[in-house]
Design a protein around this ligand. Sequence first.
Ligand code: SF4
Ligand code: F3S
Length: 388
Amino acid sequence: MTTVLRKPTTWAQERTDADPMLDEATAERLLELGISRRRLLSFCASMASLMALPQAMAPQLAAAATARTRPSVVYLSFQECTGCLESMVNSFAFRGGATIDNLILNLISLDYQETLMAAAGEQAEEQLRSVTQRSGYVLVVDGSIPAQWDNGYFVSGERSGVARFQEAAKNAGVIVAVGTCASFGGLPKAAPNPTGAVSIQDLMRRLGIGKPLINLPGCPPIPEAMTGLILYYLARGMPDLDDLRRPSMFYGETVHDECYREETYDDGPLAHSFDDAAARRGGCLIKLGCKGPVTHNACATIKWNQGASFPMMSGHGCIGCSEPDFWDRLNRNGRKGFYVPLADDDDDDDDDHGHRGNRSRDHDDHDHHDHHDRDHRRRRHDDDDDDD
Ligand code: SF4
Ligand code: F3S
């Protein structure tokens, strides 16, 4: 998304019959933010396209984004590194403040967020109590939570993580687990999981909390996916979710499906080290442990840092950060590790310690076909389902 904004014209100058009916007060607010109405519509059109919605939805998204009633959002952090929030905030700040993406932050009512709010201590606790007494707010959570309420690993406001979450969830309308720690447990849950961390979904199951839940995994998640999800939720309510409760519009395909290195996945040349000629010419990184074929995320389409790049474009394989248990995934020969190739790619000579052994490179370049064939079969199967 470009950061260059032309000088906004007046709202009236931009109004046409085809435009959504946005009220003048909102228009003035947008102008104060340096965001013209045309810019808003163009932003909504590009968000519609990111979410694979028809362009005709752009006015509906724009109307939702500028509705007078702002949804109340309570954002709680548990066992996390603040990377999820950092990613989103830096992304907004990078665009210089008067940007279109921070429109979302301005149009939700962020009523509680420990890192961003000025209040601290008892004052902050009072704010949390007062906001969560109302009902229907969006509860955003990052970080996983130790399932045992009294084991002492997470205490905030003199309450355990479990108690804190339970209280906040009570009156929430919908719960959004942001990041892989909240969605699936993430790093805190990695073996040996010393704190007994569980995902939000797991904790909700244990506590018998039946609220709608959306998982937005990634370490961190893509900021545009967060913006898009909020916009979609305001306009249309709950999105379609996959079986891990991730919005299908952002997690419906694997990173591999859209990776530009996929051209060499079949016939090579594959990269065998991060700086070999094949790697530099866009060779597939499957031999270097890329987990793209089994990782559902939109990195290869939305990309990162305002569309500048994504891991494989920067020469590194996907480590599978938006999938459950990515730290502990068992790969080739049952080995863990970000640089260990996928299990389906494991008919290499494993004890050659990096040497080529007697196998020809041509042979190696094709020894992952079983995996690829299966991947294509899966996609064909999905297409068949769609046809049904
Ligand atoms: Fe890209 Fe990785 Fe798939 Fe190769 S395996 S095409 S590098 S996502
Ligand atoms: Fe994560 Fe893989 Fe994207 S590591 S950031 S899902 S390319």
